[in-house]
Design a protein around this ligand. Structure first.
Ligand code: SMG
Ligand code: MG
Length: 370
């Protein structure tokens, strides 16, 4: 039994080693809300994947801070003992939406659960690998020569798969240039919902470059138009933003809206919901991979553990810590080994908070007794 004693929130800001641009904007720093839960003297950590503004999702660090402080905390206080992290879902059920806020709290509970059993988290999740295939996501670049140089330098570090961010006006040209220069590269693209069915001729042109997948080409809430587009393309469509729960994943597969799913535990409301999507994907023989939200070492560690499950069969958006941060708030940093990220083998998430760095990058924090 896990008996919760305290809840802490930390808002941190870390500079990115280089700006990251997508179809919805550019980020120069990573803001993250970290959750720490204490039980039986053990501290467990979770990272909320909500961003500083409502661009990827309508949730933000501020909405998550509000929902956790004002709504999740009282529910935790009223139900302090948990047998299993999957029990949290029922306790938080009165709160509609706010998947990212809920997921961050659940993540901290998983960390405690595994630490108390002195086991690395992936073993308790049913993971089957000790290293997971890495992949790098390359933001929109100022021009093609810069893009080619950027891709080249990631390949020299050993990344086995590259994903290019695209948007109208930055799509066919960059994809063609990268494909001509690197004919055998495992290459995919991610539009973050920047296109409509009126752009189908552009999207059909992308079909010629042997892409692994086309990620979230259309509106973030859409399933029907993705199904229609999917019938016109040979490149498989992968959904990211549109898959907000196992229920939505079931609907998407029933409609033929995607052939691949990008799993982000934060977007779907937590690891338990991600496990439900995993079970569904195994049943439906739908390949999964683990997406990323430029996480610090806390969120990155959770993603690495999740990606060890048998249904996660494609390279992930999991990169080395130094791809985003010069200094992270958790140790040790993640590194690439033979194109893979080794899975931490110590109990729980298997990374430890570096309190010096956490406090240096912390802009706000608060602790409550539960
Ligand atoms: O963590 O390496 C990472 C980022 C991967 O491209 C990435 N994530 O839509 O898949 C996606 C984006 C969302 C983040 S954009 C701020
Ligand atoms: Mg995406």
């Amino acid at each position: 039994m896990i008996r919760l004693e305290r809840l802490s929130l930390f808002l941190v800001e870390l500079p990115l080693v280089s700006p990251f641009a997508t179809s919805f904007g550019e980020e120069r720093a990573k803001q993250a809300l970290l959750v720490a839960l204490t039980a039986d003297g053990v501290m467990g950590w979770g990272e909320c994947v909500a961003g500083s503004g409502p661009w990827y999702s309508w949730e933000t660090v501020e909405t998550a801070r509000y929902v956790i402080s004002e709504h999740i905390r009282p529910l935790l206080s009223g139900h302090k003992a948990f047998e299993h992290p999957c029990d949290l879902g029922r306790v938080l059920a009165p709160i509609r939406g706010h998947a990212m806020a809920k997921a961050a709290v659940e993540a901290a509970l998983w960390d405690i659960y595994a630490r108390l059993q002195r086991k690395p988290l992936y073993q308790l999740l049913g993971g089957v690998r000790e290293a997971v295939p890495a992949g790098v996501s390359v933001g929109i670049q100022p021009d093609i020569p810069t893009l080619l140089a950027t891709v080249e330098s990631f390949l020299s570090e050993g990344y086995p798969r590259v994903k290019l961010k695209i948007k109208p006006g930055w799509d066919v040209e960059p994809v063609r240039a990268v494909r001509e220069r690197f004919p055998d590269l495992l290459l995919s693209v991610d539009a973050n919902g920047a296109y409509t069915l009126e752009d189908r001729s552009t999207l059909r042109e992308l079909d010629r470059y042997g892409l692994l997948m086309l990620e979230q080409p259309l509106h973030f809430e859409d399933l029907l138009e993705h199904a229609e587009l999917g019938r016109e393309l040979s490149t498989p469509i992968c959904l990211d933003e549109s898959i907000t729960s196992a229920r939505r994943a079931r609907e998407a597969l029933a409609l033929g809206a995607c052939r691949i799913i990008n799993v982000k535990q934060g977007r779907v409301g937590g690891v338990s919901e991600a496990l439900a999507i995993h079970a569904l994907a195994l049943e439906r023989k739908t390949p999964l991979w683990c997406g990323g939200m430029l996480e610090t070492g806390i969120g990155r560690a959770l993603n690495v553990h999740l990606a060890t499950l048998p249904g996660f069969t494609l390279p992930h958006d999991l990169s080395a810590t130094k791809r985003y941060f010069r200094e992270d708030i958790a140790d040790p940093p993640f590194e690439l080994r033979d194109g893979h990220i080794p899975v931490p083998q110590r109990p729980g998430l298997g990374v430890e908070i570096n309190w010096d760095r956490l406090l240096r990058s912390c802009t706000w924090s608060r602790t409550w007794k539960l």
